[in-house]
Each structure stands twice: as structure tokens, then as C-alpha cells.
Ligand binder design. Structure first.
Ligand code: FAD
Length: 313
């Protein structure tokens, strides 16, 4: 387990994150940004014709590649791993854990995870949210003491949530919901050691129950022929952990599904900033780059104890 102290850790590798990395690196902050640059929305764009300075319509991947090169130019470190947990320490620093179980310490954190509230699309999900369906073990695990719970998801984020559930119950099953599991070795071993069941399942079709969810129904039979499973609770952990998952754990104020920030990227938690699509700003490369810049300038000011900071050359 590593413990490294950064001035700023940026969760994300899209335009908001990379813009922040340029400013923070250039502002002499010890900075790292996490994430796979090919997983963001910009990478999915065929042509970007409205980003200033690029009149020849670059593709999203071309712009991402240039951004990455630029972000690393002033010393920011790029770690192509997923962050699965962020927590606030008593001394107001932050601890972050990646999907390889490495831990990092940071004086400030910027969430730039893009639009990422991953709903499962299972019928009944919204109806039972708060009635047995949850998205955050740290927030709601307590309500499932010694209950039979399932975690839905196939990646390291699902494994992390299942391991955190052990504080409340030993009866945990992870359902893959139509995918193969893709846990890294360290998580695989931890799940096995702690008797957490993992079942490769077809997609789930629906959730049902009376006042609370009590039953899951699959689109196709499982290997034992059954098409249903009983449960006391469900934790959704599909895809990778998005800003919303972290926001709930950290007690961030939200505006609907978006993290509430001021014009400088400040959230209601000191030292924690957010930028880009996860804040509900116009979903554009230009606004994300601008937000990333503002948040990085705020982080520089906080770390250095300055009232104002700008560097023109
Ligand atoms: C098809 C399409 C076309 C578009 N066309 C245009 C256009 O023409 N012009 C325009 O200006 N905008 C366009 N957009 C919008 C633009 O792409 C987004 O507004 C912009 O990419 C948002 O930047 P971001 O940094 O907030 O998020 P993203 O670009 O989505 O990046 C998010 C990053 O966070 C990472 N991440 C998420 N969770 C974690 C985690 N737990 N740990 C580590 N990393 C994590 C992801 O891997 C990714 O690298 C388009 C979008 C799409 C989908």
C-alpha cells in the first residue's frame, strides 16, 4: 500500500481534468490525474468543430491525445487507473484508493469525472430507490445489518462496494448483470477470502416487492434454472465510480444529479473542487476546459495560502 502526499489529485482524464492538470502543474503543485482518457465523452466525439483554435475539425480522440500531452508537459503525473474511493481525513486531507488498491493522500481533490450517473436501466430501479435500492455503501450500508444483499456490477467499483459492505453483513453476492467480471487480482483475492459470492448472470429484467424491494428477476434463467432471486437490498455499482458516488460519501451538496459548485469550482467541502460535465455546466469542451482552469487556480490559492493567483508567462 503506497501513501504519497499530493497537493492536488484530479479524478478524471477528460478536458476538465487535463486543463486543471496544465494549470496545477505549471503552478508548481505536485499533481496527479487519474483515469483512462479513452473512457470520457470527448473521446466518443467524431468531430469537434467549435473548440477555439482548432479550425480544422479534429476528432475527439485527436483532441484527447493532444490534451494528454499538454497536461503532462508541466509535470502532472497521469495514472491510468480508476479511483474507487475518496474519503476526508480528520486533518482535512483526503485519502484516495485506486482499483489496484494503492492509496494516495492529497491536500486537495478535484472531481472531473464527466457525466456519470450510471443507472442500471432495470425496471423498478427508480421506484425502489431508497426502498432497498441504494448507490452508496458508506451512506446506506448501516440499514442492511446482517441482511442478505446483492451488489450489481462487474468491475472493481462493485468489488470495492461489496468489500465495504462487510462492515455490516457477511451475506453479500455480486451479480454481473449481463457482463463477465473484470476484477483485478487484488480484489479477486479479497472477495474470495471474505466469502463474497460472485455470480455471472444474464441482465436483470426487473425489481419487485411490496413496500421495499424483495425480488430480482433475470431476463434468462441462471445455470441452476432459476429466473428469480430473493434479496433484502441492492447496491448499484455499475461501471466505474462517478462523481455522484463520491459526492454522497463526502457529503457534497448536489443540484439534482450534479455537484453544486461556485464559479471558482468550490464545493461545500473545503479543499474539494469539481469541474466539467459532472457539475452540470454546459456539456461542451470549452466550458469543461474553463471550469478545470478555475478549479485548478482555486486549488493553487488554497495550497499556497494566496488570496489571488494568475501566471501569464
Ligand atoms: C457524441 C458526443 C459528441 C460531442 N460533441 C461535442 C462537440 O462537438 N463540441 C463540444 O464542445 N462538446 C461535445 N461533446 C461534449 C464534450 O465531449 C463534453 O462536454 C466533455 O468531454 C466533458 O468533459 P469532462 O472532462 O467533464 O468529462 P469527460 O470528457 O466525460 O471525461 C471524464 C473522465 O473521467 C474519467 N473518470 C470517470 N470516473 C472516474 C474514476 N472513478 N476514476 C478515474 N477516472 C474517472 C473518465 O475515464 C474520463 O477520462 C460531445 C459529447 C458526445 C458524447
Amino acid at each position: 500500500m503506497d501513501k504519497q502526499l499530493y497537493d492536488l489529485i484530479i479524478v478524471g482524464a477528460g478536458p476538465a481534468a487535463m486543463s486543471a492538470a496544465v494549470y496545477a502543474g505549471r503552478g508548481q503543485l505536485k499533481t496527479a490525474f487519474f483515469g483512462d482518457e479513452t473512457k470520457g465523452n470527448l473521446y466518443k466525439s467524431h468531430i469537434i468543430s467549435n473548440y477555439l483554435g482548432f479550425p480544422e475539425d479534429p476528432t475527439g480522440p485527436e483532441l484527447v491525445e493532444l490534451g494528454l500531452k499538454h497536461a503532462k508537459r508541466f509535470g502532472a503525473e497521469h495514472i491510468r487507473q480508476e479511483i474507487v474511493d475518496v474519503s476526508l481525513n480528520q486533518d482535512e486531507t483526503f485519502s484516495l484508493k485506486d482499483n489496484l488498491q494503492n492509496t494516495y493522500q492529497a491536500k486537495t481533490v478535484l472531481l472531473a469525472t464527466g457525466q456519470s450517473y450510471v443507472l442500471s436501466g432495470i425496471k423498478g430501479e427508480q421506484e425502489y430507490t431508497g426502498k432497498g435500492v441504494s448507490y452508496c455503501v458508506t451512506c446506506d450500508g448501516f440499514f442492511f445489518k446482517n441482511k442478505q444483499v446483492v451488489v450489481i456490477g462487474s468491475g472493481d467499483y462493485a468489488a470495492e462496494e461489496a468489500l465495504q459492505l462487510l462492515a455490516y453483513t457477511p451475506n453479500i453476492t455480486i451479480l454481473s448483470h449481463g457482463k463477465e467480471f473484470a476484477f483485478n487480482q487484488a480484489f479477486q483475492e479479497e472477495l474470495g477470502k471474505n466469502n463474497i459470492k460472485t455470480i455471472v448472470t444474464p441482465r436483470l429484467a426487473s425489481l419487485s416487492g411490496e413496500e421495499k424491494v424483495t425480488k430480482l428477476t433475470f431476463t434468462k434463467p441462471l445455470t441452476d434454472g432459476s429466473t428469480e432471486m430473493a434479496t433484502d437490498g441492492i447496491f448499484m455499482a455499475i461501471g466505474i465510480a462517478g462523481a455522484n458516488a463520491f459526492a454522497k460519501k463526502l457529503g457534497l451538496e448536489m443540484d439534482g444529479n450534479y455537484i453544486k459548485v461556485d464559479k471558482d469550482g468550490l464545493t461545500n467541502v473545503k479543499g474539494l473542487f469539481a469541474a466539467g460535465d459532472c457539475t452540470g455546466s454546459p456539456p461542451q469542451v470549452a466550458s469543461s476546459v474553463g471550469n478545470g482552469c478555475n478549479a485548478a487556480l482555486s486549488a493553487i490559492k488554497l495550497v499556497r495560502g494566496l488570496r489571488a493567483y494568475i501566471q501569464y508567462n
